[in-house]
Structure formats: C-alpha cells, structure tokens
Design a protein around this ligand. Structure first.
Ligand SMILES: [Zn+2]
Length: 499
C-alpha cells in the first residue's frame, strides 16, 4: 500500500492522469445522481457503478474517501438540457402518466422513486455515499448562491427568472470543448427563446413560475431552481470549494457539468474540480435504450421480473470499462451469471476447507496475492474492470481446483482472504450469507413453495382445464405480493411494487 495511485482519463484534458488529491490520501469525490421521476434504468446504474468502483479502488489503496452523490427530487423540465429550460415538467408529466395515478402529488411521487432508487442501489451492492443530499432540502443554499451570483454580476434577473451570464466566464466550454459550437447548438434546438436573455446560451438559475407543482419563495418571486445550481451548491457544502474528482454520465458533460463549473468558479474565484470522469452509455442489444424499442430495462424489470441475480447484473454492468461502450445482451447476462456462480463456488469450497481444519501447507496463497495485485493495478489504471475481473475468475478457478477435494486450513485461509479482497474491490464475490439472501430475494418462497413450483402447478392446472385451481394459485401469489404474467415466452413473475 501507499505506492499505488488512481489514474483516470480526465475529461478536462482528455489524458490519462494520476489523481493528485489536495490533501494526501484523502479523495473528495462527487458523483451526479438520478432525477427521481421514474425508476432508474440499468444504463443509469452503469454510471453509478463507475462511482462505486472509484470509491472501492481508492479505499483499496488506503485512501480516505469523502463521497457525495445527490438525488434530484425537484421537477425539472424535459428540455433542461437546453439553456432556457423549456418544455414540460418531468415530475408533472410522470404524475399525469398511467403509472403516476398511484401518487397523491409530486412530492409523493418523488419520495416513492427515491426510495426505489436506494433499494436498487443496495441490491446491486453499491456503497452508500457519506451524504445523499436532496435538492429540495437545500433550497436556502441554492437561493443564496443565486443571490451571490447576481451581486457579483455573473447573473441577472429578467421577468421570467434569473440567468447565468456566460460572457462573464471566459472559461466556459473548457470541459466539453463547446465554445463556438455552443451558440450553434442552442440555435438548432427547437426551443422558444426567452427574449429577455442577454445571450441565447445564458442558462437558468431560477425560473419564475407560480403554477409549478413544486415551488419556493425567493427574492425574485415564486418559482424553482435551475437544475445545475443544486450540484454546485451541494458538492461545495459537503466537500469544500474545490473537489478532487467529479463523475457522471457522458450526457452530463454539456451543459450540466459545464454549468456547474461556471457557477462554482464564479462563486469562489478558484478552480472547482481538476479531474472529471464520464461513463459511456449502455447499449442494449446493440442500440440505445428506448422505451419504444422495447430494450429499456430497470433493475426491477430484470431482478424482480426475470429473477436475475442482482450480483450477476452488477457483474454484467461493470464487465466493460466505463470509457468504452458496453453492449448489454442476454448473453452478457448469462456469462455474468455463470461467472458469479464460479465466484460463489470458490467461496463455498474455501468455506468447507476452512471448516475441516486440515493441517498442511498453503498451496495457493502466493499465486492469489499475485492475482489480487494484478487486479488492483488494473483498477488503478482507469478502472480496467475487464482485466480485474479476469484475475478474479482465475483466482476462483485456482481455489476450486486446489481445494475441491479438500485443502489445508492455510490454503483455505488464503483463499478466503483473496475472495474478501476481490469482493471489496469489485463487489462480485459476496460472502455466503449474502449469496443466500440474494438467492432468496431472486426466488421468493410462498407458503413453503418456491415460486417456480407454483408456476409449474398453475401451468399444469391450466393444461388440464382446472381453471379454479389456476385462479386460486394466482390469488395466493397475489396476496403474497407476487404478480404473474403470461407472455409468449412463458409465465413470468413480478414483485408488486409497494407504495
Ligand atoms: Zn449534477
């Protein structure tokens, strides 16, 4: 320890660089979280998993990590990726959708999806941040920041809101390279321009709207904050005026992160963050995920709906390094499930050997130390998960081959140490209890029978035209919170989401 450091491909410089923390061995790290107006999809989780891996690697090399990730629970607008923030409110739109009927109001809706998000986060074994700040709980700080920006002439008030004055920040565009193109980008979008703005690229810090479903009183009247200001304010509140590393999805480079930099640096007068990393999009079956193409998956679609082991889903999502496109297919998931199974087998073989307490020499320890070192080196080199996972699998293979027919207690001890270290680094070799829990989670038992057995009974009842029994089974499962669906590929079950 102590000799390794984390290298990342820094979006600011487009170079692979060693992260130099301000304080030795202490990483101040901020990662943008979700907007909670629906269930996060697996592409979102690919991004959150990159942040999780940063934390794990930093801890593995002996750093202290201050990790903050926000939850955007204010209804921002469907076009808030353009400077005017026009369009429909995302939360309001969700509330008026079919799924939204179950909620009393937008607050209720945001709370429901925030809870579901944390649930999915835990199931995929992501480490919880030190703070999970929510935009609605930092309204005072956001208003104060906007006031300060107005006072220092970096922002101005119009009849429709408060806008950031881009011309006051010559460094705008340093992250995305969008300098001249920026005006073009705004121009090609079909948005109603606010004539009150000085420049079309000036972005909203506060929108006046006394009809908005979520609104707060501000010195400029009733309204709500622009999307970008919350991250500047919450990152600096919990991590200080300069962070070490900031992460997010590739779609956040412009305008979100560019705007965060502009606001923050105008507020403090110095650099906001020297290192930035962005996760590439997840493709599903070779295409961008979209609801209309039917390749849009949430964690619950796969884990609850199809019984996928959440650890296997995690494995699949991290199997390709964050800077490369990851094409997620059924095969990816199958391979991941098999590999996680291999990790579990290694764990159970090592546990048995450990329980047997046979004297003898350690025949695996030396090789396992080498494999773990290689995995950690790979993770330090821009989070190369492909190489790191290969070392994990090779170690698991060695453990299975060496200990299946009994091994010494010392070999068992070295094996368990390796699996614990790999699990701390990558989160794919859970301890046996967790594995059992995860399986129970994936395959619920109702009145003493696994779900698969109920489905088989119902299928045979239907085949023999015993519809009363088939119906009875559906009701029993329904009462246990399990919903059955007949699909062309057979019967699938889904856990009914609780309110
Ligand atoms: Zn953000």
């Amino acid at each position: 320890m102590g000799t390794r450091t984390l290298h990342v491909t820094n979006t600011l410089t487009r170079q692979l660089e060693a992260v130099q923390t301000q304080e030795p061995d202490h990483l101040r790290f901020y990662s943008c979280g979700p907007t909670v107006y629906s269930y996060a999809h697996i592409g979102n989780f690919r991004t959150f998993l990159t942040a999780d891996l940063v934390v794990r690697v930093a801890e593995a090399i002996g750093w202290k990590v201050s990790y903050v990730s926000n939850i955007t629970d204010v209804g921002h607008l469907t076009q808030d990726d353009v400077a005017d923030a026009g369009g429909e409110d995302k939360m309001e739109k969700a509330l008026h959708s079919k799924e939204g009927e179950q909620f009393q109001n937008v607050w209720d809706l945001a709370r429901h999806y925030a809870n579901a998000f944390i649930d999915d986060w835990d199931r995929l074994r992501l480490k919880r941040p030190l703070v999970w700040p929510r935009a609605t709980e930092h309204m005072r700080e956001q208003i104060e920041a906007v006031e300060k920006l107005i006072e220092s002439d970096h922002a101005y008030v119009t009849p429709t809101g408060v806008y950031f004055r881009l011309s006051s920040f010559p460094d705008h565009g340093k992250l995305s390279g969008n300098r001249d193109k920026e005006q073009l980008k705004v121009a090609v979008r079909d948005v109603v321009q606010d004539d009150n703005k000085e420049h079309p690229g000036d972005f909203a810090l506060w929108k006046l709207d006394d009809k908005h479903l979520m609104q707060w009183y501000s010195p400029w009247g009733w309204g709500f904050p622009g999307w970008h200001i919350e991250c500047s304010v919450m990152a600096m509140k919990y991590l200080g005026e300069t962070l070490d590393l900031h992460a997010g999805g590739e779609d956040l480079v412009f305008p979100h992160h560019e705007s965060e930099i502009a606001q923050s640096e105008c507020l403090t007068g110095h650099e906001f963050c020297p290192y930035w990393i962005h996760t590439r999009f997840l493709q599903v079956n070779g295409e961008k995920m979209s609801k209309s193409k039917g390749n849009w998956y949430t964690v619950r679609d796969l884990v609850d709906g199809r019984g996928v082991d959440p650890v296997a889903l995690r494995y699949a999502l991290i199997s390709v390094p964050y800077g490369k496109p990851n094409n997620f297919t059924d095969q990816t998931l199958k391979d991941a499930a098999r590999n996680v199974e291999r990790m579990r087998e290694a764990r159970s073989v090592a546990e048995s050997a450990s329980a047997a307490q046979v004297a003898g020499e350690d025949v695996v320890g030396g090789r396992l130390v080498e494999l773990y070192d290689k995995a950690l080196d790979a993770m330090c080199e821009d989070l190369n998960t492909a190489v790191a996972l290969a070392q994990a699998l090779e170690g698991a293979k060695l453990i299975r081959e060496s200990l299946t027919d009994g091994g010494s207690a010392d070999s068992a001890k070295a094996s368990l140490l390796f699996l614990d270290q790999i699990d701390a680094l990558l989160g794919i070799a859970p301890p046996v209890e967790t594995a059992a829990e995860a399986l129970a989670e994936a395959e619920p038992v109702v009145e003493g029978k696994p779900i698969a057995e109920w489905i088989a009974l119902r299928t045979s009842a239907k085949a023999s035209k015993d519809f009363a029994t088939a119906d009875q089974i559906r009701q029993t499962l329904d009462a246990a919170g399990i919903e059955l669906r007949d699909t062309p590929d057979g019967v699938i079950w889904k856990r009914k989401t609780s309110m």
